[in-house]
Design a protein around this ligand. Structure first.
Ligand SMILES: NC(=O)c1ccc[n+]([C@@H]2O[C@H](COP(=O)([O-])OP(=O)(O)OC[C@H]3O[C@@H](n4cnc5c(N)ncnc54)[C@H](OP(=O)(O)O)[C@@H]3O)[C@@H](O)[C@H]2O)c1
Length: 436
């Protein structure tokens, strides 16, 4: 399909562009400026400004087979109505899709209700007070023969961006992770690439007049998000609850209210009815060991294949951490290759072969984390061959609540990892205590 995409240069629009193109569609990007943007998978670029609806006239030609409207509304009712009119009217009588982007904030606080679905009435917070009206305006196009559809994303994360990037940045600057509002606040979240796949599914097969929650995880506690954002920023401290008045000074009252909004929202309908499969790592994993904490990579070309291998190596190191923190002997042993692995502990004890490593682990791991544990972050990956890499890891001692134990030295684990039968495993490992 030839798809007109507004907001194509933005955070979500960039991912939607990639996934539309990968699915074989042609993206006609509507941008405010005329400057060409090399590197984007756009078929064509048109200029238009949603603050000036007249500038949109003629952008939806008879060749356009679908419209995805991602550019944010102005908040001015007349302007926003005129924008929908300009983009949707040319599709009337064609049955072609018009997908409008709203957001879960139109549901307001979900209170006691768990995993609220699309049938739930809207109760918008002030920052999106005008949005239900735009949703209704869009859906009314169904009677005019437009396949009008609304997508309401949760808090979008991934590719190092979105609102979680603000938490990481604040944690770095303030040297303490922050969250806003009550401790019990939860956010519905969605990975930007999973969300982009939902837009593709909506364009291809959502029925006219439908609304879809783009939500991967229905209710992630903000305190956990703050802690993970702190880890991404290298700040292992107890998350600090920022009072509402202070949050309003930092972000403005409307956005501060939104950050403090407690919601539990279901994305199940899109999974069932559209076959949407949001399968990327959850927001906490993404913050701790994904795009918010870049790794230095050497010896392999830039590109999605290298990214995938680095992600798999990070998951292997996350497995080391999980197994140690939870004293799970078999899981810990599962990270090693079976043939002749070697592990030298932080105290210089060399364990040769799987049996020696297994015997030592069975002896020392149970009870090892009674007082403290450690976090492991991959810092550098050198691909020696496509299937062999040298990995530098930073190990920091922490309490069970994830806060750094200041008077205990860090470790500098170094792993040689090997990809065998499609799985990365540790072939050789050495830990060194860092004394500065
Ligand atoms: N991010 C989230 O967590 C989230 C969650 C729920 C819903 N949403 C909604 O999803 C939509 C996209 O969000 P995003 O996070 O991708 O935002 P974003 O990164 O700020 O991108 C906004 C896009 O809209 C374009 N745009 C802004 N004003 C415009 C105008 N007057 N005319 C034409 N284009 C204009 C921007 O173009 P320029 O390059 O010219 O600035 C940019 O491409 C928004 O409606 C947002 O409310 C986002």
């Amino acid at each position: 399909m030839k798809v007109l995409l507004t907001g194509a240069t933005g955070y979500i629009g960039s991912a939607v562009t990639d996934h539309l193109a990968a699915a074989g569609h042609q993206v006609v990007a509507l941008t405010r400026g005329a400057e060409p943007q090399p590197g984007r998978a756009w078929h064509a670029q048109l200029v238009g400004d949603t603050a000036d609806p007249a500038s949109l006239a003629g952008t939806v030609t008879s060749e356009i087979e679908a419209v995805i409207h991602l550019a944010p509304p102005s908040g001015d009712a007349d302007v926003d109505t005129a924008v929908i009119e300009a983009l949707a009217a040319p599709l009337r009588g064609t049955g072609r899709p018009f997908v409008y982007t709203s957001g879960v904030w139109v549901l307001g606080a979900t209170g006691e209700a768990q995993e609220v679905g699309e049938e739930s009435p809207t109760n918008p917070i002030d920052i999106v007070g005008y949005r239900p009206r735009i949703e209704r305006r869009v859906l009314a196009e169904v009677t005019e023969g437009v396949r009008a559809v609304v997508v309401r994303p949760g808090i979008v994360y991934g590719r190092g961006g979105g609102i979680p990037a603000i938490l990481v940045d604040r944690a770095r600057r303030q040297e303490v992770p922050e969250y806003y509002g009550e401790e019990g606040v939860r956010w519905p979240t969605v990975h930007v690439d999973d969300l982009a796949e939902l837009f593709v599914a909506a364009v291809e097969r959502a029925e006219a007049g439908t609304v879809w929650h783009g939500v991967g995880e229905s209710a992630v506690p903000v305190r956990d998000l703050a802690r993970a954002a702190g880890r991404a920023a290298g700040v292992l401290a107890t998350p600090h609850a920022v009072p509402a008045e202070q949050a309003a000074e930092i972000f403005g009252p409307l956005f501060a209210d939104a950050l403090a909004l407690d919601q539990s929202v279901s994305g199940a309908a899109a999974r069932t009815a559209l076959g949407w499969r949001p399968g990327r790592p959850g927001v906490l994993t993404e913050l701790v060991s994904g795009s918010y904490r870049p790794v230095e990579v050497f010896g392999a070309p830039d590109g999605p294949e290298t990214d995938a291998e680095v992600a798999a190596i990070r998951l292997l190191v996350a497995e080391v951490e999980y197994a140690q923190q939870n004293e799970e002997v078999d899981r810990f042993l599962g990270v090693f290759r079976r043939e002749d692995p070697v592990w030298t502990t932080g105290h210089g004890k060399r364990l040769s072969g799987f049996e020696e490593i297994a015997a030592f682990t069975r002896k020392v791991l149970p009870g090892a984390t009674a007082e403290s544990t450690a976090v492991y972050d991959v810092e550098r990956v050198l691909f020696l061959r496509p299937d062999v890499a040298a990995v530098n890891v930073r190990q920091q001692p922490v309490r069970h609540d994830g806060t750094r134990i200041a008077d205990r030295p860090e470790g500098r684990p170094f792993y040689i990892v090997v990809k065998e039968d499609g799985t990365w495993r540790v072939g050789a490992a050495q830990n060194t205590i860092a004394v500065d």
